[in-house]
Design a protein around this ligand. Structure first.
Ligand SMILES: CC(C)(COP(=O)(O)OP(=O)(O)OC[C@H]1O[C@@H](n2cnc3c(N)ncnc32)[C@H](O)[C@@H]1OP(=O)(O)O)[C@@H](O)C(=O)NCCC(=O)NCCS
Length: 394
């Protein structure tokens, strides 16, 4: 089996057709094949590896060099995408070999984190990934936002096409990256696709000269739906400014839908707001994201409570060995000596604790480690529960 990295232009005839077969309606129209050229610049900085047999490409996988916030630290993250094997070559170990090499190379290139949207979570759990919460879709009628129309709010909103306001949006997502656990953004070469497609409205909220909220959206029809992407707001005033603008669409659309992080509670936004909140996870097609650490060094210096535990990392290609985790200084330190309760963790188990998505007892129950009660107490102090919001969709 030959694995090699593609040069940018080679994607047109190798990985793009393979990925299109796996993820799109097919056979492809001539227009769609011609559109591959337009998509090329947004892939240029990705690392794309393929498996070749007899000169034919039979499997592909890419990593997008992204950045992600892990409990306040902004770290390089490999966003894995476009994983596909030709149907005639499936179940021969191609993707296993590709993922091993791709993640080896991304980790060696300085990416301590990786995330993806799985077709099937159990497939990627074998590679050490653990599930993160899925963004919720919120649906309501603009009529129910009526009380906000009369609210006196500080700040202003700006309304424009994303093509015009892209720089403002990008710098606000950079702020969210610094401030919000789990938040991940694309590298510039990929992110500018949003500006270039220019198929969204951009609404931003500003208070005291700084951007505090943003929403990209489109309207599908008169009397139809205002379809929002992620509602990004740094505080309740920012959110209220954005919702107040949406309230003005009462005679224009029947419904509004938005994406919100899993810890957002829209039923508390307003009195008499009839709202439907949904997280749909289905196979294939509608997945919750997954993520993992590629090195324990990603933990060093993260804010932590005063716990102390020894973790033995097992069953993984990238995370191994025994490490003493100590939070006595308020920041995680990885040391070597001293007495402490011990837990055995898989890569998915440690990643679940680092991202804050599972309690140590759940790690034990889920079979992602062997965590006794004493070790669980220490791990709970070191890694309080948290709600990562991934944001980027790839
Ligand atoms: C899913 C897909 C990428 C797997 O590729 P592949 O080259 O057949 O995978 P491999 O042969 O390397 O399999 C690796 C392991 O996963 C298992 N596996 C493969 N496909 C699986 C599936 N659909 N469900 C569960 N396990 C699967 C294999 O048995 C193997 O297990 P092992 O390590 O215990 O032996 C391929 O079937 C495909 O292209 N599907 C359509 C596109 C898609 O869904 N891509 C994933 C996007 S996230």
């Amino acid at each position: 089996m030959l694995i090699r990295r593609l040069a940018a232009e080679e994607r047109l005839t190798t990985s793009f057709p393979l990925q299109a077969y796996a993820f799109e309606a097919s056979p492809l129209t001539r227009e769609r094949v011609e559109a591959f050229h337009r998509y090329l610049p947004y892939n240029k900085g990705n690392r794309t590896l393929v498996v070749e047999e007899d000169g034919e490409t039979c499997a592909a996988a890419s990593a997008v060099p992204m950045r992600q916030n892990l409990r306040g630290a902004v770290l390089p993250m490999a966003g894995v995408a476009g994983v596909a094997t030709h149907p005639l070559a499936r179940r021969k170990g191609h993707v296993r070999a590709l993922l091993h090499q791709l993640l080896d190379e991304m980790r060696d290139g300085g990416h301590p984190l990786t995330a993806l949207y799985p077709f099937r979570a159990s497939f990627y759990e074998k590679f050490g990934y653990v599930g993160l919460p899925r963004a919720r879709t919120v649906r309501f009628s603009p009529a129910d936002l009526g009380p906000l129309l009369r609210a006196e709010l500080p700040g202003t909103v700006t309304w424009e096409r994303i093509g015009a306001g892209y720089d403002r949006f990008r710098s606000f997502t950079e702020r969210c990256l610094r401030e919000r656990h789990g938040f991940a953004i694309f590298p510039d070469f990929r992110d500018v696709g949003l500006r270039d497609r220019d198929d969204r409205w951009l609404l931003t909220a500003t208070i005291d000269g700084s951007t505090v909220g943003a929403l990209t959206y489109r309207i599908d029809d008169h009397g139809g739906e205002l379809v929002g992407d992620d509602l990004l707001a740094t505080d309740p005033y920012a959110r209220a400014l954005l919702l107040q603008f949406l309230a003005r669409h009462v005679d224009q659309v029947e419904r509004i839908s938005l994406q919100v992080p899993a810890d957002e509670l829209p039923e508390l936004w307003l009195t008499d707001l009839a709202v439907h909140v949904e997280a749909r996870v289905a196979r294939p097609g509608s997945s919750a994201p997954m993520a993992r650490l590629l090195t324990v060094d990603a933990l060093a210096g993260l804010p932590a409570g005063p716990g102390r535990v020894r973790v033995e990392l097992v069953g993984d290609r990238w995370l191994a060995g025994t490490h003493l985790l100590d939070g006595a200084t308020g920041h995680l330190e990885l040391t070597s000596g001293g007495p402490a309760p011990t837990a055995t963790l898989t890569a998915a188990g440690l990643s679940a604790l680092a991202y804050g998505v599972l309690d140590p007892a759940e790690v034990d129950v889920r079979g992602l480690g062997d965590v006794g009660p004493d070790a669980a107490v220490e791990l709970r102090r070191l890694f309080p529960r948290a709600h990562p919001h991934l944001f980027a969709d790839f």
